[in-house]
Design a protein around this ligand. Structure first.
Ligand SMILES: [Zn+2]
Length: 391
């Protein structure tokens, strides 16, 4: 197309159209905002300035003047809940629900918010009841997520499994890892109650949900041991190596005890030393160290720790070396060495912790579910100092 002068005329024409459109939008916005109560902007302003108390007062004013405004009730209710004033949040949402003219979607919304209030207040039974009313509403998936949280808090693992499977089937995200963990919880209960064959069945289900579940493998070995089959237990625990090398530290003691029980402790030491060569770990050294002292003597154990310390210089490793040195130290150095060891140990106690990779919660003990943030499998099986060295 050739350029012609008259085409230039189009530019002011379209510019004019845009100007008119903008004017129309702005005047609409102005008329809409005029219809909003003044307290709304005041409340908003307080919220933006981090003054939730004053914001609440403004919103309460509006709700008094205009009891029909459901959105304002929701805003107010959420504010109360966030500030921990759950009783007031509950009242706001109950008032909303009591309205006979409330459209069904808003009714479901209010029901959901009421459930969240109960949850926050720790009234789990009422929360559960409320969320269960939300089947076949637009809030069904959110309600099921909340139910999943409730059942975990109550340790109702079977119900948690049902809800997680339902969520997964409805396309609301993968839940295999959690489902396997719930079966593991049930299996652990069965083991505590000396029912290893029940535990075994539950662990099969755990592994069906998640083939890579290290916990299910470890517990399967525990169940076999409880059934009296140590050889099978050893073979099962050895599978952890193929699932995750760092996690072998968690079965090291079990493997060593198992090999001792079947009368082949040297085989156990050799296996654990081969693990150690693959991935250094202070927990693994701890087990191997004790076993080597028992089988090959203090000198061999000292050599093992020195080698490890060269490869991976950590305070935790140094602590082990001092322990070995103290075992056959002559009397005149014993006291000094012991002092150094105590000093080192004061530091290592802080370093010998596991740490949640999600919320940072530290614990002496290894957890499959973080006590801080309740997430599953967020603890790497290494002590914090080792993690720092690796990073
Ligand atoms: Zn955490």
């Amino acid at each position: 197309m050739e350029f012609e002068i008259w085409m230039l005329l189009g530019i002011p024409f379209f510019f004019g159209l845009g100007w008119i459109a903008a004017r129309v939008d702005i005047s609409e916005l102005v008329s809409e905002s005029r219809s909003l109560p003044r307290g709304y902007f005041k409340g908003l302003n307080y919220l933006l300035n981090d003054q939730p108390d004053k914001a609440i007062d403004s919103f309460i004013e509006i709700v008094k003047l205009d009891p029909e405004s459901a959105d304002m009730h929701f805003a107010l209710g959420n504010l109360f809940r966030r500030r921990g004033e759950t009783e007031r949040a509950i009242r706001v949402h109950q008032n909303l629900l009591a309205r006979p003219d409330l459209p069904s979607e808003q009714k479901a919304h209010a029901q959901y918010e009421l459930g969240m209030d109960y949850l926050k207040a720790g009234l789990l039974d009422r929360a559960e009841e409320t969320f269960n009313l939300l089947v076949d509403t637009p809030f069904e998936v959110q309600a099921r997520r909340a139910l999943l949280e409730i059942y975990q808090r109550e340790k109702e693992w079977r119900r948690a499994i049902d809800v997680a499977v339902g969520l997964q089937e409805s396309g609301a995200g993968a839940r295999q890892k959690e489902i396997a963990q719930f079966y593991c919880e049930l299996a652990q209960d069965a083991l505590v109650h000396l029912q290893p064959s029940d535990a075994m069945q539950l662990l099969d289900k755990a592994l069906q949900a998640d083939r890579s579940s290290v916990r299910a493998t470890i517990l399967s070995g525990d169940a076999q041991l409880a059934q009296g089959d140590t050889e099978a237990a050893i073979m099962t625990w050895r599978r952890v190596e193929h699932q995750s090398v760092p996690h072998v530290a968690l079965v090291a003691q079990r493997l060593m005890d198992g090999y001792r029980k079947v009368g082949r402790p040297q085989e156990g030491v050799n296996l654990l030393r081969s693990y150690l060569a693959e991935a250094s770990s202070i927990d693994l050294i701890e087990v191997v160290f004790k076993a080597v002292i028992e089988l090959d003597g203090v000198e061999a154990a000292k050599q093992l720790v020195i080698e490890e310390l060269r490869r991976n210089p950590t305070l935790l490793g140094l602590d082990k070396l001092l322990e070995a040195r103290l075992m056959d130290a002559p009397a005149h150095v014993w006291e000094e060495l012991s002092m150094v060891k105590n000093l080192v140990q004061r530091y290592t106690q802080k370093l010998a912790r596991y740490q949640c990779s999600h919320c940072g919660f530290k614990a002496r003990q290894f957890y499959w579910q973080c006590p801080g943030c309740s997430r599953w499998e967020t603890y790497p099986p290494r002590r914090t100092e080792e993690l720092n060295v690796m990073n």
